[in-house]
Every structure is written in structure tokens, then in C-alpha cells.
Design a protein around this ligand. Sequence first.
Ligand code: HEC
Ligand code: HEC
Length: 215
Amino acid sequence: MNWRLFLMLPILFLANPGLAQNLEKGKEINSVCAGCHGELGQGGSRGEYPRIGGQRAAYIVDQLKSFRARKRINIPMYPYTQERELPDEDIKDVAAYLGSIELPTKWPVFKESDDALTRLTLTERVMIIPRVTGNLANGEAIYQKQCVTCHSKNGMGRGMFPMLVGQYTSYLMRQMEKYLKGERPHDDVEVGGVLNALKAEDLQDILAYLTSIQE
Ligand code: HEC
Ligand code: HEC
């Protein structure tokens, strides 16, 4: 392929809504979400609002549809996910936008010439989940055996399976409790699926392990 055409491809795709999602529109929609999840989708209130920036777009689409259909119950989000407020096209655009946000896990190294605003903008993006206590070896053993096929080796998810590393620990624990109570379907098999066979300490150990492998 002609290299100039190659360089232009992303522009062509962005300009043509039929070919790819409209990130500008997605950003606009996100201003509504930002009230709870933050401008960069970082979430907040220690995990009351989950991080959605950098989450897998296919998973965000899936969950928004599930909220809209009231299959996954999320009362605070009802007004934002009803059919009129969030048609399919908006769901795809906002998911693509959120999925494209990169939140580094390391503090930036500043250049001498960076002014205060640049420094602030760079540090605002940094998202580090504090480590929690637990048996890391046990967490690793279970995670790498039973969770890895869907959530991937580094915990960043794959396809429509969500990223777990970089998500608030308290949020993840709350979701696992919901799966175990049957309030959310996990991996289809019975209530809670693969999570069913685990002890409460195992769940804590997995979460501790996940906070230890942020890259
Ligand atoms: C009024 C506050 C509020 C607003 C506004 C809001 N959310 Fe949420 N959102 C929540 C809460 C609370 C949860 C967590 C629910 C739970 O614990 O199960 C959530 C969960 C989610 C999840 C699931 C995350 C996961 O890891 O499963 C996604 C995706 C999401 N929101 C996207 C959005 C988008 C996109 C918008 C804007 C269109 C939005 N939210 C607006 C409060 C809000
Ligand atoms: C067969 C695939 C599969 C396996 C294996 C799997 N998961 Fe999941 N996991 C999913 C799917 C699918 C979802 C989203 C389900 C939904 O729609 O609520 C999910 C969601 C989650 C969530 C909630 C994420 C969020 O953002 O709300 C947690 C926590 C989780 N899984 C933990 C685990 C742990 C821990 C293991 C290993 C013990 C595991 N999963 C193994 C498929 C899997």
C-alpha cells in the first residue's frame, strides 16, 4: 500500500461514521458521565464509581446495553441509560472514546521546560491502585489458572472480557459479591460460575495479586 494512503487511513476512518466510531461525539457524551466517573473515566470515591477510562470498549458497550435493559441493576445510572438518552450509536461512540483513554501507572518524569499546567495535566492522568494485603502466591496461582483464559495474563482483559488490573479493589470485591448472590451473571455456569468454588480468602488474595501486577 502507498504509505501516504496508509498514514491517511485513520483520518478517513474517523471522518466516516459508517466505518468507525466517532470519538469526538464520544467525548461529548462523556461529559455527562464525567459527573460520576470523572473526565478521564478514572472513577472515584474509592471505587463507588468504577474506572471506565481504558476499559475494553466491547465490554463497555455490553454493560451499557445491560444497564439500559435493566438486566444489570444500576439505579444511579437509570436516567442516563434509557433508550432515548443512550441509543446504540451513542453507546458505541462513548465506549470507543473511553476505551481509547490511556491512564499511566507511573509518575511522569518532567522536563525542565514543562510549565505548571503541563505538569498538572500529566500527573492528573496517573492512576495507581493502592496495594492490598493478601497471599500473593495463592492469588497468582488461582488467577493464572482459573481467570487467565478470559481476563488475560496481565489482567487487561480481552475481547469483551473486562480489564481487572487498574480497577478499584473495593469495586471488584463488590462485583464478586454480586456474582455470588446471582445479581450479575459472571461466566454463565450457575450462579457466580468459576467464582463459586473459591473461598473468601481466595478472592482477597486474587485482588491483592491484581494490585501487584500493574504495569
Ligand atoms: C450518577 C452517577 C453516574 C453517572 C452520571 C454515570 N454512571 Fe456509570 N456507574 C455509576 C455507578 C455507581 C456504577 C457502579 C455500579 C455497580 O457498583 O454495580 C457505574 C458503572 C458503570 C459501568 C460498569 C463498569 C464495569 O466495570 O462494569 C460502566 C461501563 C459505566 N458506568 C459507564 C457510564 C457511562 C458511559 C456514563 C455516561 C453515559 C455513565 N456511566 C454515567 C454511576 C454513574
Ligand atoms: C469464561 C470466562 C471467564 C473466566 C474464566 C473468568 N471471568 Fe470474570 N468475567 C467474565 C465476564 C464475561 C465478565 C462480565 C460479566 C458481566 O456481564 O457481568 C467478568 C467480570 C468479572 C468481574 C467484574 C468486572 C467489572 O468491571 O465489573 C470480576 C471482578 C471478575 N470477572 C473476576 C474474575 C475472577 C477473579 C476470575 C477467576 C477466578 C474470573 N473472573 C474468571 C468472564 C470470565
